[in-house]
Design a protein around this ligand. Structure first.
Ligand SMILES: O=C1C[C@@H](O)[C@H](O)[C@@H](O)C1=O
Ligand SMILES: [Co+2]
Length: 298
């Protein structure tokens, strides 16, 4: 059931300042960002590049605004680097999140990823993992999942455009090859829909393994242009492919209905990277908050 007891509502800083393209929203301060999150009715956030990396300072700034940390993105390189390198960075990341009170760790495999390459056509150059890379990825994720468990946390895998785990088929393979007690799924509506998948199908299939949700909407007209003109992921973002739920082309009604009928307990994070000079972050945060209230009743 979607209730205030089961669902915590958060918003990612990426609509204010974009970690993948720090020039988007470069002038917006950390304080403005988190104050506007609180003002628009959210109670949590993920960590962005302007957040203090000192636990005490971050806790104080968030407590003043009654916000808490839901999670933070972690880039793994299990397919392209020795496991130990990813593990060392993961433990540091895990310990920081644990001290901040987060319960899930967002992990995305960035080996062979083209998501940060400004000139690389997103659909034409999408990477694929070979057999050996799939084994490295799955084994490595199981081990990282064990490390998360040590701190009573869960690893949630972020399928992502421009990476080796983007399509429903690739998600199937990842879920089948990893331990269901160690590797969970982050469900991101925007990435699935933009990729051409049916988000409801994936949600229903993995509902028991989904432990974190990113709510991201897509503008169909921009998505079509990205395919036609062979734009990169970052060019797509700059062109406005993503927006907040309630502003784009996707109807979240079925998503909320499936989640409502499930035992899902955890975060809904509104995550809508777009140019803050074109889409005022406070205004769009309020659009998202109102839409969730109207469609999900929370
Ligand atoms: O969760 C996410 C984190 C971002 O850095 C990423 O590029 C974005 O698209 C996303 O879904
Ligand atoms: Co996401």
């Amino acid at each position: 059931m979607l209730s205030k007891e089961n669902i915590q509502l958060g918003i990612a800083p990426i609509g204010w300042t974009n970690d993948d393209m720090p020039e988007l929203g470069g002038e917006i301060t950390f304080e403005q960002c988190i104050s506007e999150m609180a003002l628009s009715g959210f109670s949590g956030t993920e960590v962005g590049n302007k957040y203090p990396n000192n636990v005490e300072d971050l806790k104080k700034a968030l407590q003043l605004r009654k916000l808490s940390i839901a999670s933070a993105w972690f880039s793994a390189f299990l397919t392209t680097q020795p496991y130990e390198e990813t593990a060392i960075a993961f433990i540091k990341h895990r310990d920081f999140l644990s001290e901040m009170g987060a319960k899930v760790i967002v992990v995305s495999e960035q080996g062979k990823s083209i998501q940060g390459n400004i000139d690389e056509p997103l659909f034409k150059h999408k990477p694929e993992f070979n057999e050996e890379e799939w084994v490295k990825l799955s084994k490595g994720l199981n081990k990282l999942g064990e490390l998360a468990k040590e701190k009573d946390m869960k690893l949630v895998y972020h399928h992502h455009m421009g990476t080796g785990v983007q399509t429903a088929e690739e998600i199937d393979r990842l879920m089948a090859n990893t331990d269901e007690q160690l590797v969970y799924l982050l469900f991101d509506t925007g990435h699935l829909y933009f990729s051409g998948e049916d988000p409801v199908f994936v949600l229903k299939k993995y509902i028991d393994r989904i432990k974190h949700v990113h709510l991201k909407d897509v503008r169909d007209t921009v998505a079509e242009m990205v395919r036609k003109d062979q734009l990169s992921f970052l060019q797509a973002v700059k062109a406005g492919v993503f927006t907040v739920p309630g502003d784009g082309s996707y109807d979240f009604k079925s998503i909320f209905s499936v989640l409502s009928d499930s035992d899902y307990k955890g975060w809904f994070i509104v995550e809508a990277e777009q140019d803050p000079a074109k889409a005022n972050p406070l205004e769009y945060a309020i659009i998202a908050r109102n839409y969730i209230q109207e469609k999900a009743g929370i």
